[in-house]
Design a protein around this ligand. Structure first.
Ligand SMILES: [Zn+2]
Length: 229
């Protein structure tokens, strides 16, 4: 057994007795289980299948048929993958962004900030009031144009796209292509709940940034991200 940290699938406890047959017994809730190698407590084989289906954007029904795990479990795994991808921010943004760890405060009208650099995208739900955005957009022309990063910045608000500079520059076109992509993927997706929206945003940001990779390369990259502690 590896020394990797394991969690009890029942209570998330981390202390176990080692049973002779290789299984673990949770010290907290006494649940007996076979330790797995990944954070989802499913076999690595099953996780590989889920990742490859996820890359292909196959529906849940198909994944359930192939893996024979419960719908509840699959939802948990997919959510876990999306969480990891949301945090996989392209290195071009190193030093530009400092991310505070704060709970996503989902407003009635989602306000999304999108930044582009070298064809890569960073998108995040902004924790600001709609009035502030209205005010900001109204005074767009007065913004100090010497702030270089603003050239690569757009706001998505009330399902509309607002690049701060309207010149047909290459960065603006990356932002625009991303917006078109996001619209197609996310805003046509039914049943995305508000509190989960940031996870899908993260997923599509990742897909957009990694679109040049082959299917196999995407699978491998997600695998590495998911297995990273
Ligand atoms: Zn337990």
């Amino acid at each position: 057994m590896s020394s990797e940290l394991k969690y009890c699938p029942k209570c998330n406890g981390v202390e176990f007795w080692q049973i002779k047959d290789g299984r673990l017994k949770c010290k907290k809730c006494r649940y007996l289980f076979t330790p797995r190698e990944n954070i989802f407590n499913i076999s690595n084989e099953t996780l590989r299948v889920i990742i490859s289906e996820f890359v292909l954007e196959n529906p849940m029904k198909v994944i359930l048929e192939k893996t024979k795990i419960s719908k509840y479990k699959l939802l948990k795994v997919l959510e876990g993958i999306r969480k990891k991808l949301t945090k996989d921010i392209p290195t071009v943004f190193n030093g530009i962004l400092s991310l505070k760890k704060e709970p996503e405060n989902i407003k009635e009208n989602l306000i999304i900030g999108v930044l582009s650099k070298n064809d890569q995208i960073f998108a995040k739900i902004l924790n600001i009031e709609p009035q502030e955005v209205e005010e900001f957009l109204k005074n767009k022309e007065k913004i100090d144009k010497s702030e270089k990063w603003l050239e690569n910045f757009a706001i998505i608000y009330k399902n509309s796209f607002y690049p701060l500079f309207s010149q047909a520059e290459s960065q603006i076109s990356t932002l625009k292509v991303f917006w078109e992509y996001l619209k197609k993927k996310l805003f046509t997706k039914r049943g995305v709940r508000k509190e989960r929206f940031h996870l899908y945003l993260g997923e599509y940001m990742w897909r957009f940034n990694n679109q040049k990779l082959s299917l196999k390369e995407k699978e491998e990259k997600i695998w590495q991200i998911v297995m990273k502690k």
